[in-house]
Design a protein around this ligand. Sequence first.
Ligand code: ATP
Length: 868
Amino acid sequence: MGSNRNALVAAVRQELAEARGSARAVLAAAESARGEAQGRRRLVRDAYATCLTQLAAAREAARDDIQRRFRSEATQLAGHLRGLATSSATGAAGAPWRLWSPSEPDPGARPGLLRIGAITFEETAALPGLIPLLDAVHLHVSGPSPQVDDLITGVLLRALGSTRPGDVQLTVYDPENLGGTLAPFAPLNPTFVGPGGLGSLLDDLADHICRVNESLGGQYPSLAELAAARPGPRPEPWRLVVLLADRATTVEMTTGQRAQLGRIVRTGVACGVHLVVRGLELDDDPTVERITVHRDQLATCDSLGHLEIRLDPPPPPDRIAAFCRTTAERLRAGPGPASLADLEPAKHWTESSVHGLIAPIGDSTDGTLVEVPLGDDPPHALIGGPSGSGKTNLIYAWLGSLATRYGPEELALYLLDFKEGVSFARYAPGPRDPSWLPQVRLAGINVNGDREFGLAMLRHLSEELRTRAQAAKRYDAGKLAELRTEDPAGHWPRIVAVIDEFQVLLAGRDAVADEAVDLLEDLARRGRSQGIHLVLASQDVAGIQALWGRPGLIAQFTLRIALPKARRILADDNLAAAVIPRFHAVVNTESGMSGANRIVRLPDAGDRAVWRTLQRKLWRTRPAGCAEPRLFDGDAVPRLPAALRPAGRVPSADAPVGSSPGAVLGERIDVAAHPARLRLGRMPGRNLAVLGTRADEACDVLAAAALSLAAQGPAHFSVICLDPAAGPAAARLFAELPSADWYDTSDARFDLAHLDIPHYVVGYALDAARDPALKKLLTEGPEQRTHVLGWWRSVARLRDDLGGVGARCDPIGAWVALDVHGADLAPLYPQPGGPVWYPRSRRALFFDRSVHRTPEVIIPYEVNSDHT
Ligand SMILES: Nc1ncnc2c1ncn2[C@@H]1O[C@H](COP(=O)(O)OP(=O)(O)OP(=O)(O)O)[C@@H](O)[C@H]1O
């Protein structure tokens, strides 16, 4: 029994031990699972915390980024908006009151927006708060009375100050204050409508709108379009009608008045009638801009939605009064003259010159532009007026007006100014401005000393006349219009040649004046039908002797323009020029007959900067191949062109020698600026004498001659320098010549060998030689191709070298005279008494007995300035 119990106990113990063991194992497993779970929980919690931190950081960064981007975009946008706003409300329309002054709009510019305050948006700098008015809306302003009135005052001042005086007509209906609300505007003389006048005011406005609509003739949708299409003064002023009413007025208005007001609201803006209303109800219409003023100077308006505008303070009353006073004075004085810009057409270069050239030169006192014709009738113009009366200014205005209408295919200009100064230089490229006026073919400035250049231009025009006449004959055309129809592919622009102070060209009774008058007469007579028009300006036509006995010449100039106090431009019984004020002109297309006068106010066309801007615009649109004009400047010294120097292309000794190489002596005074050449053939007398005491110029003539000969073919030079003063110039020449010998006072000789190639003896101060061998060289040398290019300081010394008084001068076939008077040149000149020649600086008289009938004036090239 006992053992059974023991066995049972043992078994139970055994089982218990097993159960305990497995319970422990389960516990251990559970514990380890719990540990794992706890570890996982910790990990998750840590990860969650990290994640949260990272998310927060990312969110912060993203928010910062967004804010930064927002700020920068807002600033940028605000900048753009500010730029846009500034350009939409320029000058008086947008300037703050402390800097405010009236500003004139550009011609043709449409009215912009008007500033009433500032908009502060987020952190950006304030933007101007702008509202439309003229040509755009009626204004309806509501809110507390003093602020509303201040706002209206500011808007009115900006609208009046940013338009031309007289362009806005102000009407004020202010029954409560009897006009007192807008009293500072009183000097402008606005129409104040009394308390009982609202009905008739509305009727007047409705009538006015009907009249304007009639004048638009169905052709233009609004007055604004009509004004834009027609340059010049506005066809009708804007009517700005301020209605300062209160509730009582609204109640008192009849149904008829309400209907009239509704009509004006709907139709007014298109006809330039704008209401600015406080205290009256206006019907809803797209042309009504409502502004509501809230407390604290804040306002909202239709066009800016919910954006709040902090209103500007009202303009200081003294500023309004000062503006109104000056404007009233300007109005009393009448509109100012047109500006150069007013003469411009809406579009450049759209006119055809087939039948003539028509261009305004100014306006009449009522503001309409006065056009001046040139064509078959009148063909030519004469402009007269004393010094300082504005002739040059008138020519500037006329040329500006012509050049903006007629392109280079239609118009070619030749301009010559005999006055001291550079008036036409603006039309040619210069060191500071590369642009030129595309129609200008030739501009001559500082030509007062070079009448020969005037002659050259007339000869050139004469040649053009001949070409045109021949072409007209070929096509059987009587006048330019017919030639252009028959030859549509030809280039036949009308030519306008302007000569300012033309009396200088005709001064005196010499060969230049005689030829110039002949050429002018021919051009005036035949140019009419060939489209060549002359415009001559002068201080005094009556004093031009060359015109005496040539009434036919001046009679061709049927267009007369007389400036104040001009004499003999109009007919004797036409006294208009004596009475017109400063900067006015009388335009008369009937040779100055009284009864055909038109008085024109001339714009100030002298401003270089304004002109340059316009010229650049035209220059940029010039057609391909439009060459720059030839500019002749009488004060400039031409340089010997590089192509006429031997550098780089020295001919070899066995190259062929031309039959008569040409020595270049200087620049001819002609339209093409050709060099003057002396042919040195193998014939007696082919020597050159340079005469006078101006050593620099003599050296330049010799150097140009020698260098140009060296550039043409194989040649040998003997440089003989007998005057130490000419030494440096002679030495420079010697150094530049490819093949040369040098002689001076120590070894000068004239029994020089004749060579197989041309041999040129370049002699400086040859009169110092006193060597009989020189005469032999001069006489016999040329036939052996040995030519003397010599400088003698006087004609008498040259004669001595040739054998004294009575000696023949045949060995000197050509000469260049510097400071030698015409009479002194008699021995070297075929006609008795010598040529007419009064020496002048940097000019020389060139005569080659084998080609010239009369000598020609040349400009010695500057040869050596680059070496010194
Ligand atoms: N319409 C104008 N409006 C304003 N200023 C003008 C006008 N016309 C001329 N002037 C000015 O008057 C001055 C003289 O004008 P301009 O040189 O054209 O006269 P001019 O008759 O050619 O004189 P001169 O024969 O002495 O050269 C210039 O300073 C010019 O700017």
